[in-house]
Design a protein around this ligand. Structure first.
Ligand SMILES: Cc1cc2nc3c(=O)[nH]c(=O)nc-3n(C[C@H](O)[C@H](O)[C@H](O)COP(=O)(O)OP(=O)(O)OC[C@H]3O[C@@H](n4cnc5c(N)ncnc54)[C@H](O)[C@@H]3O)c2cc1C
Length: 135
């Protein structure tokens, strides 16, 4: 798969070397699949670009947070979109609203909320290593 056109249209890192494919061919489940490559978007513009690129070529995208899921959901033969660099946290105290990047680690959001005496209810025992979404 030629990833060059995508590489030229995004700011985030894109890799398809053997070492990274071997690292990303599994998550915390026992399931394995060799992906096409791994992309780390830096912002929502990058996410838009990769979705557009993949849709035009009918290439599956596999979102990946921290890879701690136990059902193999972040494992796949398509292009892995690793959210690890989408880590912004904005808290609007008056609206009781947190706007967070898709890769924010649960415990980091919890720590950011403490000064406001607020609490992020999803609380998996993997909170120190998993990102904000729950499976
Ligand atoms: C030691 C340990 C303890 C655990 N304890 C718990 C627990 O107490 N409760 C619990 O519910 N789970 C637990 N889990 C499972 C897992 O940690 C949680 O489900 C966690 O929420 C997964 O987060 P992650 O960032 O690792 O997601 P990943 O494993 O990377 O992804 C999980 C799924 O979400 C999808 N996904 C990821 N990011 C996005 C995105 N931005 N947009 C759309 N889809 C996305 C992936 O494609 C995949 O299907 C545990 C796991 C381990 C290893």
């Amino acid at each position: 798969m030629n990833l060059a056109p995508l590489r030229e249209s995004v700011r985030g890192e894109l890799r398809d070397d053997d070492s990274i494919l071997a690292t990303y061919n599994r998550d915390a489940s026992r399931l394995k699949a060799r992906p096409l490559g791994v992309f780390w978007p830096l912002d929502t513009t990058d996410v838009h670009s990769v979705v557009h690129w993949a849709r035009e070529r009918s290439i599956p995208l596999v979102p990946r947070g921290a890879g701690t899921g136990l059902a193999g959901g972040s494992v796949g033969q398509g292009l892995i979109v690793d959210t690890a660099r989408l880590t912004q946290i904005e808290i609007q105290e008056d609206n009781l609203l947190a706007i967070v990047g898709a890769g924010v680690i649960n415990t980091h959001l919890q720590d950011a909320l403490k000064p406001y005496r607020l609490f992020w209810p999803p609380d998996p025992s993997s909170h120190r290593i998993s990102s904000s979404e729950e499976t």
